[in-house]
Design a protein around this ligand. Structure first.
Ligand code: C5J
Length: 220
């Protein structure tokens, strides 16, 4: 077992039963012209964490510990995108519309791909999810169970939407969850801070948080 210094108390993990989950490090959220920007957001805080997420991925690769990447995507015919999701709000481009990186959040389009610095390597699992949480309408739970994974280390974007939703879903299914603080970001820095507080409140009610340096120092 490895003991990671974390909040609200140390997080113990067995590397044989631990996977890294990298949530939605896609061009559509991180680069100008993508879905995030069409919603009126400044993408700068998301772009800023790319090197840290890449470092975390490199650490797991060096250890040969499993890595799972998610992408928030929809089928080209939008049959997996509820109208309530597509029609909500007043984005300048909606899911499925043609943008500078192809159709917004559509599987196979350039914008739906993971940014190059965090791109999945051969053998790493990539899960396309139509929702914010990684368990909704995916086979992720069966996949993790088949690989005897009990502990999940989370990174990615955005902290209070897809990362937090996925952590809560995982927590309800019995996984022990650790969020790497500087490997996650929100378009709203105060939402990131609040989400991390909510996650670790009440004795780690959803999970733990720790910076990458503390994780890497303990992981060795
Ligand atoms: C959002 C995500 N924010 N990956 N998606 O719509 O957090």
């Amino acid at each position: 077992m490895i003991e990671i210094p974390a909040e609200p108390f140390p997080f113990a993990l067995d590397p044989a039963h631990t996977a890294l989950v990298v949530i939605d490090m896609q061009r559509d959220f991180i680069e100008p012209g993508g879905f995030g920007e069409t919603l009126g957001n400044d993408v700068t805080p998301l772009a800023a964490i790319v090197p840290t997420v890449a470092e975390l991925i490199a650490l797991f690769r060096a250890k040969k510990w499993p890595i799972l990447h998610t992408r928030e995507t929809h089928k080209p015919d939008l049959s997996d995108c509820p109208p309530a999701k597509r029609l909500r709000g007043r984005p300048s481009l909606r899911i499925g519309d043609e943008g500078p990186m192809g159709r917004i959040l559509i599987r196979g389009e350039q914008g739906a791909e993971i940014v190059e610095a965090c791109a999945p390597a051969a053998g790493e699992i990539v899960v396309d999810k139509p929702g914010k949480g990684m368990f909704y309408a995916t086979g992720v739970n069966d996949l993790l169970k088949a690989n005897a994974i009990t502990h999940l280390v989370f990174a990615g974007v955005t902290t209070e939407v897809c990362v937090q939703t996925s952590m809560r879903e995982a927590n309800d299914r019995g996984y022990e969850c650790l969020l790497i603080e500087d490997a996650t970001a929100s378009y709203f820095p105060r939402f990131k801070a609040s989400a991390m507080e909510m996650i670790r409140a009440q004795g780690a009610i959803v999970g733990w948080t720790t910076p990458l340096a503390a994780f890497a120092g303990a992981a060795g």
